[in-house]
Design a protein around this ligand. Structure first.
Ligand code: SF4
Length: 443
């Protein structure tokens, strides 16, 4: 089936930012969380929390800064800085596991960046020792990391596999050299072929790749070529993100020549074209932004209605509460959402003073929790039943009517279903629907 080929009216009217879309659910007030309350949440977690837990460890270091980067990351060439970070990370994990308990079985372990594989072999081994000392990692744990293909040697891939990683997500963005040049990246196609070949030989269960559309110098033709090459490389998963320049938050993005940025209409056409190419090549569109081979666990979970999503991304299993460690890490623990201190120095100083490194947090009300669950269901299953009280209590039925009029959702007495058009706007529906949640993430 062909995906969207024509821009709906709201996109044509928009000035260039898809955030013009109305939210499906409005925001509700959520009380902020103090450090003391956060400590209480952790201490009482073992009595109230689920036994499934996922952890996400942020490693915010890179050898150089990409102009398109929208992560809080530090460029360093000093291994001592990373050693020092691992020391603090261990202390933070100790502070949390002293409260929630040690050796809890992990459903999911994810290393995010920065560039996790910028760590040396010794540092990666030490990190996994820290994890093993505090958590229960088993053959059932879904272990994944993000990796720069440029930093991957066959011996590093062997080490990562030996340390238990099953899923490796290569940060690619685009293969076109003019696009790479414009954002300060460089991955040649032969290098990618080489690295993917090595990863396959090592026996990783899943190889993923990301594609970013809306980058400087990108054209419809160039992205079609990139997607064609990615499909030939045949990763099991390709995650597709839109790039939005936000120089107010990420100052280095000022260096991007705005005249080289594709228009909104170009971006929609790029995503549409990428989507078509992947569907034609046996990828299944999973949820919001992920394309997975039809025999991939994510695709199977989607068909079985068992797809889940948390801060780390889509997963085929219910991962439970998510505990984030490291600067700027996000945690979703029961009714609390927490963001760690964003700036490396602040995060380090908190930990060295024996305090939990809380930047901001909130206790989510039952009503907000249900809204988030509803949006999560939409993002996984593209439909939602049992929703009326959420909409009516907040007087937002007009929004729903507007979305229905624009062809984004189909509403019946039993359910809201996201249409094929609406699927292209799912990200915006979700983002605006939970401003508090987003407020935690974009600082
Ligand atoms: S590798 Fe990733 S985290 Fe590092 S600077 Fe580039 S985009 Fe940012």
């Amino acid at each position: 089936m062909s995906p969207l080929v024509k821009l709906p009216d709201y996109l044509a009217r928009s000035s260039g930012d898809l955030d013009q879309l109305p939210p499906l659910f409005g925001s509700v007030h959520a009380p902020g969380l103090t450090a003391g309350e956060y400590a209480d949440v952790l201490s009482s977690w073992s009595a109230t929390g689920s036994r499934n837990i996922a952890i996400h460890i942020r490693l915010p270091f890179c050898p150089s800064r990409c102009l398109s980067c929208d992560h809080h990351t530090t460029v360093t060439h000093n291994g001592d800085t990373i050693d020092d970070y691992l020391n603090c990370l261990e202390q933070e994990i100790e502070m949390v596991t002293d409260r929630i308990g040690r050796h809890l079985p992990l459903t999911q372990l994810h290393l995010g960046g920065g560039t996790p594989n910028y760590l040396s072999d010794t540092q990666l081994s030490r990190l996994m020792d820290i994890v093993d000392k505090h958590f229960g990692v088993s053959s059932e744990t879904e272990t994944s990391l993000e990796a720069s293909p440029k930093r991957c040697s066959p011996s590093q891939l062997a080490l990562l596999k030996g340390l238990g990683f099953k899923i490796i997500n290569f940060q690619v963005r685009d293969i076109d050299s003019a696009v790479q040049l414009a954002v300060g990246r460089s991955h040649s196609l032969p290098m990618l072929q080489d690295v993917l070949g090595s990863a396959r030989s090592e026996g990783f269960d899943t190889i993923g790749m990301d594609l970013v559309y809306g980058l400087p110098n990108q054209t419809l033709g160039s992205i079609q070529e990139t997607v064609g090459r990615m499909v030939e490389l045949a990763p099991e998963r390709i995650v597709c993100h839109a790039f939005s320049r936000r120089p107010d938050i990420f100052k280095h993005q000022r260096a991007i020549d705005t005249s080289s940025l594709p228009s909104l209409a170009d971006k929609v056409a790029m995503f549409n074209s990428a989507c078509e190419a992947m569907l034609e090549n046996d990828y299944d569109w999973v949820g919001l932004d992920c394309f997975a081979h039809r025999d991939d666990p994510l695709s199977i979970a989607r068909l079985d209605g068992k797809l889940h999503r948390n801060w780390v991304g889509y997963t085929a299993q219910h991962a439970g509460d998510l505990f984030g460690f490291g600067a700027d890490a996000i945690s979703q623990i029961g009714s609390a959402n927490v963001q760690n201190q964003v700036q490396l120095d602040d995060w380090r100083q908190s930990i060295q003073s024996g305090n939990l490194p809380l930047q901001s947090g909130m206790l989510v009300s039952e009503s907000e929790r249900r809204r988030r669950q509803a949006m999560n269901d939409l993002m996984c299953n593209l439909q939602l039943s049992d929703y009326r009280d959420l909409l009516e209590t907040n007087g937002e039925t007009n929004t729903l009517a507007e979305l229905e009029r624009d062809g984004l959702v189909q509403v019946t007495p039993e359910k809201i279903e996201v249409t094929e058009y609406g699927r292209f706007a799912l990200h915006q529906l979700w983002g605006d629907a939970s401003p508090h949640f987003r407020g935690l993430a974009v600082l």
